[in-house]
Structure formats: structure tokens, C-alpha cells
Design a protein around this ligand. Structure first.
Ligand code: ADP
Ligand code: CIR
Length: 340
């Protein structure tokens, strides 16, 4: 058994696609920053219940480890990298899905971004994390009008302030065991923090799973307003920051499930009746290529029948395509809930 053996019984995509042949081909490769296959699959080795089990340590990983990453990407996104990825981040106007607020509690759209020239969070030194945080802060300070706000550094935050941010759903926490095993929690909480606009509708998480998670959210079903806020924030940040991008893989992220648009658009929705008809909900979600997560995020449980429903595919689809699927899928799910 080689040191790179993935656990018996694991159903992760990395286990499925890391054949002996690919292992032999990749085990001695290194990116310019020194990232290797062994580092990339640490999380999958440590966590037999991983669904994916691999993270990229820098932009170059997507090319250096492509014989392994490409089949994982194709299987997850249902899309092979055959044509250039195109981005379409322009304002939209869709009617409210749930004007009475009977089902949808909140809408949240996030994109992940990493900065060109820096390794990704599972493969960074403390001094790189510091430099990155400083660059990001300069860009965040440039946000204007309703987008302007303040940055709260984890190092300076006391527990009361942290609990307040947590209660309002504005902050992230130390990474879970998947991220821990990948090396993402190194030097935590140093150089981590949360920016929130004065109205708490725009957030930027710094040095979490990706250098930046840019999030637009509010407690309504108004997908257009939430999306359009992101459409304003992204170019403003992009004018000061150079994002890691590849013409076929789109925006490059730590987890291969996030490349492409790097966007997750979703709602918290209370589905009292469908909560006891999970199979029907899964059928509807699959039909619209949607993913169901727990109330407190990925790999958490559904509390009080509040589901997190969002797009699954991020590559091979435009940002607007994601919003359209989500919109139509949610209309179908709400109609099914009403009919039960
Ligand atoms: P990510 O969105 O970064 O991929 P998670 O699934 O861990 O990862 O979600 C991050 C956080 O966002 C969690 O605390 C989750 O409860 C919160 N969240 C997700 N969707 C919504 C939503 N529609 N409204 C409010 N909070 C949400
Ligand atoms: C895993 O492999 O299970 C974790 N690293 C989580 C990856 C899943 N991410 C996702 O579905 N967006």
C-alpha cells in the first residue's frame, strides 16, 4: 500500500478517479510553488466520508494535476472542459418568487475568488496570508455608497463580537475537518476576517476556503436585488484586484466543485410538507440541477424544515444560467409544497 492510498470504502470522487496509472504519472509532479498530489489529496485520505477529497493549492494545480482533476470536474459539473468558460455578470429583473415570504426566509449569492500570483489557502505561508489580507483591505475600502462598510479582523475580535456576527449569519468559523486536513486552517485566526457593508447585505470573507468569498444576502426572496448587488460589487473589487482565471476552467478555486462561475446562489426555504417527502424534493432538485444543504451550511442537518437550496453546477453554465435554473426550480418546489 502506498502512502497515497485513499481509505477503503470511501466513495469520494478522488478515490474513484485516482487510478494506479494516474498516480504513477502524477506522484512526482510539482507546481512552481511546490504543491503536489500528496498535498492535494490529504483531505480525502484523512476523511473517508469525503465527497470530493481533493483541493488545489494554487492556480497551476489545475494544469499540473489535470489527469486527475479533469475527470473529477467533468463528473461533478456534468461538463467537460471542451470550450472556453464565459462569464455573464449583468443586472437582471425577475419578479419576486415568494412575495408574501411564506416559504423563502433569505436569499444568498456568493462567489469565490482567489488572487493571481498567490498560492491558495491550503498552501500559503503566514507572510503571504498577511500580504493578501492587506491587498484585499485596500480594495474593500474602495467600495462606495450602500456597499461601503467595515472589516473585522478575527485576531482583534472578542468572543462577544464574534457571537454577534455569528447570530446575524455574517461570519465564517475555523474550517471543518475536511479543510483542516487539507491545511486550510494553518495559522488560524491570523489574517482572517469579515467585511460587512453598513446594511449587512454585502459580505467579504477573507482567507477562508478561498482568498475571498464575496456574498450578497438579504432576508427576502428578491433574487434580482441580491444578484444585482453582486454585479456592482464584483467590478468594483476587480478594478483593484486581479482574480485567478483560466479560459477553460473559469475562476479558479480551492475546491474543484467551485471553479467556473465560482457562484452558489441559493435560498433558505421552509418546506414543512416536503420535509416529510424528501424523495420528491430530491427529484425536483435534480430536475433543476439544484443541491440541498442543511440549515447551517454544507454537511449540517436541516433544522425546523429550513432547507438551503442552491445551484450544484458552477462550470459550463453562466451566472445568469444559474439564476434562471434556481428561479424555475424554486417555483416548481413551491408549487409542489402547496399541492401536498
Ligand atoms: P458556502 O456557501 O461558502 O459554499 P456553506 O454551505 O458552508 O458554504 O454556507 C455558508 C454559510 O452561509 C452557512 O452558515 C449557511 O447557514 C449560510 N447560508 C447559506 N445559504 C443561506 C441563505 N440562503 N440565507 C442565509 N444564510 C445562508
Ligand atoms: C468533501 O470532499 O467532501 C469536502 N472537501 C467538501 C467538498 C464539497 N464541496 C461542494 O460540494 N461544494
Amino acid at each position: 500500500m502506498t502512502a497515497l492510498a485513499l481509505p477503503e470504502g470511501s466513495n469520494s470522487l478522488v478515490k474513484k478517479h485516482l487510478s494506479r496509472k494516474i498516480l504513477t504519472r502524477l506522484e512526482h509532479r510539482k507546481t512552481d510553488s511546490g504543491f503536489t498530489l500528496a498535498k492535494a489529496i490529504r483531505s480525502g485520505i484523512k476523511n473517508p466520508d469525503s465527497s470530493i477529497g481533493i483541493y488545489a493549492g494554487d492556480a497551476q494545480s489545475y494544469h499540473t494535476l489535470s489527469p486527475l482533476l479533469d475527470p473529477i470536474i467533468s463528473e461533478y459539473h456534468g461538463f467537460s472542459k471542451t470550450c472556453p468558460h464565459t462569464s455573464d455578470i449583468t443586472p437582471i429583473a425577475l419578479p419576486l418568487i415568494d412575495p408574501e415570504g411564506s416559504y423563502i426566509r433569505s436569499t444568498r449569492i456568493r462567489v469565490a475568488r482567489n488572487l493571481k500570483g498567490f498560492s491558495f489557502p491550503c498552501h500559503m505561508t503566514l507572510s503571504q496570508r498577511k500580504e493578501l489580507e492587506q491587498n484585499i483591505l485596500v480594495a474593500l475600502r474602495g467600495l462606495k455608497d450602500d456597499l461601503k462598510g467595515k472589516y473585522v479582523s478575527f485576531e482583534q475580535m472578542d468572543d462577544t463580537a464574534f457571537q454577534r456576527l455569528k447570530k446575524e449569519g455574517l461570519t465564517f468559523e475555523k474550517g471543518d475537518r475536511f479543510q483542516e486536513a487539507a491545511g486550510m486552517n494553518a495559522d488560524f485566526p491570523k489574517c482572517r476576517g469579515v467585511f460587512h457593508s453598513d446594511n449587512n447585505q454585502l459580505l467579504a470573507w477573507v482567507n477562508e476556503e478561498d482568498h475571498l468569498r464575496i456574498i450578497s444576502l438579504e432576508k427576502t426572496s428578491d433574487i434580482s436585488t441580491v444578484y444585482n448587488r453582486l454585479c456592482r460589487a464584483l467590478p468594483a473589487l476587480n478594478s483593484r484586484l486581479d482574480f485567478a482565471w483560466d479560459k477553460t476552467y473559469g475562476y479558479l478555486t480551492s475546491c474543484p466543485t467551485n471553479i467556473g462561475t465560482a457562484m452558489r446562489a441559493g435560498v433558505h426555504i421552509r418546506l414543512e410538507r416536503l420535509a416529510s417527502k424528501k424523495n420528491l424534493l430530491q427529484v425536483l432538485a435534480r430536475r433543476w440541477n439544484l443541491q440541498i444543504r442543511g440549515t447551517r451550511g454544507e454537511k449540517t442537518r436541516v433544522e425546523n424544515a429550513i432547507f438551503d437550496i442552491s445551484n450544484r453546477q458552477r462550470l459550463g453554465i453562466s451566472e445568469f444560467g444559474i439564476i434562471q435554473n434556481l428561479y424555475k426550480g424554486l417555483l416548481a418546489i413551491i408549487a409542489a409544497e402547496k399541492n401536498l
